[in-house]
Design a protein around this ligand. Structure first.
Ligand SMILES: [Cu+2]
Length: 445
């Protein structure tokens, strides 16, 4: 999983010692890097205060080392290749081998020292979104610090004043760098382990890209017309499922660094939003929800009791956000006679294909796509095509999962007689009121 690279080259050392007199050059920690795009097992702390670690969908937590009473991390900003799902790879910028960067996990009251080495072709900074830290550590290039030039290493030092869920991203050529995927999550565990504990704790950040079919690079100037709607830079069916043991208390932490809001919906349960990037919500102020809107530049965390076994869809409720690229310009042909349409299209384009006169269900249709392009609607379940893409995955609630087992348990084995089924008996004529007839019995008018 982790591999280690020699980032301790003379250039990086000189950069660090030039910037912070408080840190000796020789003390820069190694920078672990990740070559996998699937969820890594929770990283239990081996030093410092204890906590129950999170797992990052299609991601990982950054290992740290203790140096006296400082917890030290090393982020490396660099170009990466990220697979959105099998069949599509995109050239992005990220941290330590992947985009988004690794999750930084720490504990309330910890003293953090985060080294940031810039391997990008332009300068950068890291802003710590939502954290209460000294102004000079806030990472706004030009305003609170000089930009970190390519090849240089800067150090951020602050104390984690409060627990919660936060984000990190550049505040330096921000539009380009965020459109290229530079972001990550920060989880600060409460020092008091009895404060709202959960059995499973998931985290991911939402980002969007416009990658034209057949290409490999996002349009960084795009404002509104995105076509790849991602959770941790993955789209369905590439997003990890959320395996959960029946009866587990589950926490899901969601950051949004895209350009629009995402109403996130979980089937089969009601949950409560318990935390934002501003802090914990008192129990008396929590309301039951099945969908929660995650605004731009915000974090929403919900807790849910997984008391309903099954395969539960978990997705953004904007239907275009559960689709992959292509197809948004297709005309609505519902109700159009397929025969007449085929004739008309045939005259204009002999190889043309008339499609979708009864809807756009594509389960039985194979369409050729350009290289490096995913189908618009895809995925197959045990009963047939799922026809989703983008921000969609499944919470899989099972009786027989072990603690800390986050492997995909496969499709749900539905107990006999619990699945919606076809009836073949003729439907009885329902009683309907005909226009002009006297009111039916029992009907108040
Ligand atoms: Cu959405």
């Amino acid at each position: 999983m982790f591999s280690r690279r020699g980032f301790l080259g003379t250039a990086a050392l000189a950069g660090a010692s030039a910037i912070s007199g408080r840190v000796q050059a020789a003390s820069i920690p190694e920078a672990p890097t990740m070559d996998k795009v699937v969820m890594q097992p929770p990283l239990h702390p081996t030093s410092g205060p204890d906590y129950r670690p999170v797992v990052t969908l299609n991601g990982w937590s950054l290992p740290f080392r203790m140096n006296g009473d400082w917890k030290e991390f090393h982020l490396v900003a660099e170009p990466v290749v990220r697979e959105f799902a099998e069949g599509m790879k995109v050239n992005l910028w990220g941290y330590n081998g992947q985009s988004p960067g690794p999750t930084i996990e720490t504990v309330e009251g910890d003293k953090l020292r985060i080294f940031v080495t810039n391997r990008l072709p332009e300068y950068t900074t890291v802003h710590w979104h939502g954290m209460i830290i000294p102004s000079g550590m806030d990472g706004v290039g030009g305003l609170t610090q000089p930009h970190i030039q390519p090849g240089k290493t800067f150090v951020y030092e602050f104390e984690m004043k409060k627990s919660g869920t936060f984000m990190y991203h550049p505040h330096s050529d921000e539009m380009v760098q965020m459109a290229m995927g530079m972001m990550g999550m920060v989880v600060v565990h409460p020092r008091d382990q009895s404060f709202r504990p959960v059995d499973r704790d998931f985290v991911f950040v939402m980002s969007t890209y416009r990658v034209d079919p057949g290409t490999y690079l996002p349009h960084v100037n795009e404002m509104t017309d995105f076509n790849m709607w991602t959770w941790n830079a993955r789209v369905f069916p590439g997003i990890d499922p959320l395996p959960v043991r029946l009866g587990d208390k589950v926490r899901v932490r969601i950051g949004n660094l895209s350009m629009t809001n995402h109403p996130i919906h979980l089937h089969g349960h009601s949950f409560a939003v318990t935390c934002t990037d501003g802090g914990w919500i008192p129990e008396s102020a929590q309301i039951p929800e099945t969908t929660t809107d995650v605004p731009v530049g915000a974090v929403r965390v919900f807790d849910v009791l997984a008391d309903n076994p099954g395969d539960w869809a978990f997705h953004c409720h904007k239907s275009h956000h559960t689709m992959n690229a292509m197809g948004h310009d297709v005309r609505n042909l519902i109700g159009v006679s397929r025969k007449d349409l085929a004739k008309a299209v045939g005259k204009l384009a002999p190889d043309g294909m008339a499609m979708g006169s009864t809807g756009m269900a594509m389960g039985n249709m194979e369409m050729p796509t350009p290289d490096n392009t995913l189908p618009m609607m895809t995925g197959t379940g045990q009963f047939g095509p799922i026809e989703m893409g983008g921000m969609f995955t499944v919470m899989k609630i099972r009786e027989d999962l072990a603690r800390d087992d986050y492997r995909d348990p496969g499709p749900y084995k539905f107990p006999q007689g619990t699945v919606a089924y076809e009836v073949t008996a003729p439907a009885a004529e329902p009683a309907r009121q005909k226009p002009g007839s006297p009111p039916m019995k029992n009907m108040k008018m």
